[in-house]
Ligand binder design. Sequence first.
Ligand SMILES: *Cc1c(COP(=O)(O)O)cnc(C)c1O
Length: 467
Amino acid sequence: MHYVSTRGAAPTHGFADALLAGLARDGGLYVPLSLPQASPDAIRALRGAPYPEAAARIMAPFIDDDFGPDEIKSLAAAAYTGFDHAAVAPLRQIDNNLFTLELFHGPTLAFKDFAMQWLGRAMNRVLGQRGARATIIGATSGDTGAAAIEAFAEQSQVEVFILYPHGRVSDVQRRQMTTVARPNVHALAVKGSFDDCQRIVKDLFGDLAFRDEMHLSGVNSINWARILAQIAYYFFAAVALGAPDRPVSFAVPTGNFGDILAGYYAKRIGLPIERLIIATNENDILVRTLASGRYAPHAVKATQSPSMDIQVSSNFERLLFEASGRDPEEVVAQMSELGNEGSFTIPAATLTRIRADFEAYRVDEAACAEEMASVHRASGVIIDPHSAVGVHAARQALQASRATPVIALATAHPAKFPDAVERATGVRPALPARLKDLMDRKETIAVLPNDRQAVADYIRQTARAAA
Ligand SMILES: *Cc1c(COP(=O)(O)O)cnc(C)c1O
């Protein structure tokens, strides 16, 4: 499979090079040149398959130029052994025709582990084969950083720098990044918002001299491998409820648009998904965009679901590309308008196609807390605030039409956000046994100004010292 940039001016890559590149050199995002189709029979054949086997089969057509069949199987098997639940991604019914897909049984308790555990191993394998090293830089609103640091701590070919917004992640999230005592992983607290961190990372990738000097690689959800690994659980869950012979809908708590985009690609490659429901917190740019056709970021607001406190949803560019009929010129025009004027308008034809696949709901802080409380009251299940945003949106969608089951993605373990959960439910969720001493481990943090040059200097010095 070859990969092309959404902006049409970067070299076409195979999977391994798209994996290492992260962001394309023209500032665009890599997407597959064509979308392989999963037939109804191929989907039926996934019934009963253990998660790693299902994941390997879904991912194979996208990666089989670079990895042999046995390697594809062994990568998936290794990626999902560190999960705490035998089903890896268990479905749980919480109401009539309403299910949660629990994606938080991995090492850092959020769905990011699904992609990162796979990507870390795949990247290390490719670098090892080439005798190369890479420097990974990434921005995190909390969970990506923890997942990346955990996934790369044992991967010798890679040096990792994760930027997170100082003081704006939960204690558990921060400690998962700052207590992994390995010389090749670094947590950088930037005095700014997640969007500031993301902008610095994008700017550093845009500095082609720095990029080449440091052998930069990205693991944010702009990396196609992240999206690819997440496509697998949409199939796994839908098949458990009868796909391809019964359609399902998904409600997805959304920030950077990576997770729900994986659902969109699952649909495009053949999974019968009726509705893709975007669930946002009060940072509702995607809800406003779908309603008005105008993509206009506001200031970021801090909420109890901090991993979705985002106003610039990077992966939306991939959807714009697909919904425009794969027109890189349209994408470039929109992105330069965003850069120059701070917003852009989606052409009518593209907007119509987006609205055909997606609906969007904004869940405010009170509704999120009430949802945690009511799920607990009604079925004894504790969900985290991000998952509650998804469940609440799912309920609204079910009111409009209730015939098709809705699967709400439960994206984080409640113990990751114990204060918000306790406020809403009166119950303080406990960390799983293997993380019991997290709050006592020693932290190492570098606090940096919200300034691209300061971050670049720090990375250059630290990576050199470590090399
Ligand atoms: C990252 C994250 C999200 C948002 O996912 P995107 O792919 O950025 O849309 C939602 N919930 C949790 C717990 C997360 O960590």
